[in-house]
Design a protein around this ligand. Structure first.
Ligand code: AMP
Length: 177
């Protein structure tokens, strides 16, 4: 199915948030616009319908919002990549560098199965550090990463170098302004 939509109109751009010098791309405008949200979910669902993925891994918190409807439509398990301390079971973890600061993410070790093929979803990819941590967690648990898909990409940041060898798809890209 072909989709087209002016997603840019639904994305608010907030200068100097959360720190001076960061232009923040706010996806809440997609969530408050059912047509924009449906466009994102339809597009991702169609992209991965016949891709051979077995599960979707998604990153707290905004990644969850896009991944859950896609996984449900495709009939696939959802694995949560959460900030440290949120998951109650036995976890594996990774610490990584953000565009601003550092962070640690975890997955439930028992949720990622050896030999399965994952799609990794987040709302936005900037330096790629967050997605890379999620990819490493999935791989260390013995699974494979089929592709990475984010709604927004910032290709002026070095995520392509950091994730060399992986396919990263985005629905909309922004250049440095
Ligand atoms: P990174 O690890 O640098 O790729 O950062 C990606 C994560 O940080 C995503 O989960 C985004 O939600 C958030 N993020 C980083 N930079 C921005 C930005 N300029 N606007 C909105 N969210 C951002």
């Amino acid at each position: 199915m072909e989709h087209s939509y002016n997603l840019d109109a639904a994305i608010r751009k907030i200068p100097d948030f959360p720190e001076k010098g960061i232009l923040f791309y706010d996806i809440t405008g997609i969530l408050t616009n059912p047509e924009a949200f449906r466009y994102c979910i339809d597009t991702l669902t169609d992209l991965y319908r016949d891709s051979g993925i077995d599960a979707v891994a998604c990153i707290e918190a905004r990644g969850f919002l896009f991944a859950a409807p896609v996984a449900e439509r495709l009939g696939l398990p959802i694995v949560l990549v959460r900030k440290k301390g949120k998951l109650p079971g036995k976890t594996m973890e990774k610490t990584f560098t953000l565009e601003y600061g550092t962070d640690t993410v975890q997955v439930h070790e028992a949720d990622v199965h050896t030999g399965t093929n994952y799609l990794v979803i987040d709302d936005l990819i900037a330096t790629g550090g967050t997605v890379k941590a999620a990819v490493e967690l999935v791989e260390e648990a013995g699974a494979k990463v089929h592709e990475i898909c984010c709604i927004i990409g910032l290709p002026f940041l070095p995520y392509k170098e950091l994730l060399e060898g992986y396919t990263v798809r985005t629905l909309i890209d922004y250049e440095n302004e």
